[in-house]
Design a protein around this ligand. Sequence first.
Ligand code: BG6
Length: 475
Amino acid sequence: MTTPSSDALVFFGATGDLAYKQIFPALQALMRKGELEVPIIGVSRAGWTLEKLTARAHDSLAEHGGVDAAAFAKFAALLRYVEGDYADPATFTRIKAELGSASRPLHYLAIPPSMFATVVQGLANVGCTADARVVVEKPFGRDLASAQALDRTLHEVFDEAAIFRIDHYLGKEAVQNLLYFRFANAFLDPIWNRHYVDNIQITMAENFGVQGRGAFYEEVGAIRDVVQNHLLQVIALLAMDAPLGQDAESMRAEKLRLFRAMRPLDPAHVVRGQFAGYRSEKGVAPASQVETFAALRLYIDTWRWAGVPFYLRAGKCLPITATEVMVELKPPPLGVFDGVSAARPNYFRFRLSPEVLISVGAKVKKSGEAMAGEPTELIARHSLRRDRAPYERLLHDAMRGDPSLFTRDDCVEAAWRVIDPVLRAPPPVVEYAQGSWGPAPAGALVKSATGWHNPVAEQPPCGDTAAPSPAKEKS
Ligand code: BG6
């Protein structure tokens, strides 16, 4: 269900990192498709001019996907710049003047959450919020209490239906496909439960560090940066029951039920790690206790998932950049052939990035007289070429008022409720070597015989459809 499109885009934090890496490329892509033809007003307190912002946008595109001359010309003609401190009422008077006759703006707050209240109030004071929408970035709050406080601040001015909380993972094709694959196929449902599933693992590995974002990371850490949002959202899509309808509210209702069934984390089931050298990064405290790696075991207390462990792991400076879900099934009841029941059991592997694929791990007989087998994978590969980038998709949806891929207040708060015990009593950080799979104690979290599944580089598709079996390692 969509409502009238926004007739202007105001983005706060126009000179910042997010605008540079994500927002400008998304805007150009929308321009190219003729899907964005409204005034675009960048706001910042950096002391810039419109010329400087336009040049910055050009640099951003040159670095992220390339400049499309025609689309960029359209974009530059629609771009405006408002300079000013967010605490100064005159800034908002200038924004209103730039909005002209536009009456349904979308305000994108690509700024620290500590500024939200000031900006939202400033906009309300000049009458720029009545039919407006607002987009806010994750992490939404620092814990449950601060998320609730942020919600109260936003609700003073905006209805919940006008608030769009971005989690860019939800804009990824591969993540949406988790839900589609589960509920568009009949074969999965009978086995998608505690009777057949042994454990579910999600690994979000990055082979780079904090990339100059040390000061940001010090405020956040891996748990707030990617676990509370991206990874819990992925679990929700893997584990929720079928929604009663396709509309956003039915979807959110099922997700909420699932988040509420997640058992709040036991800090004894969480390992925090920090890569060696992190403390020498710019903006990082010399004795920082912030984690750049987190691994944890989580349970979902529903009829379907009771007793099934969900293992999550995310970290910087790991051996590879890849995000993968592994749904490991229970072994066959008897080892009729070559000890088949003891070897790696069947699994579903969802590679969410950088490639997108779904594979089924199975054993087949090796040719020869013996009834001996070997592991193989049946792989469905997805081409990324025509996909919208997540920010393009999400901005487009927000402009049209489609909330399906955004997070509702109660879901965000329920996710914080799961994480809060670890934030209150965090286990100590353990140093790990760059290029390793994190600190050793993370290995002990996994109770299955096969241990953590470590994603490996994908083989490019070729005539041979069977990719090598994924690495397995108990560490
Ligand atoms: C962001 C985090 O939300 O997601 C980053 O702040 C992380 O730390 C990034 O690197 C990963 O997203 P993607 O889409 O590149 O896998």
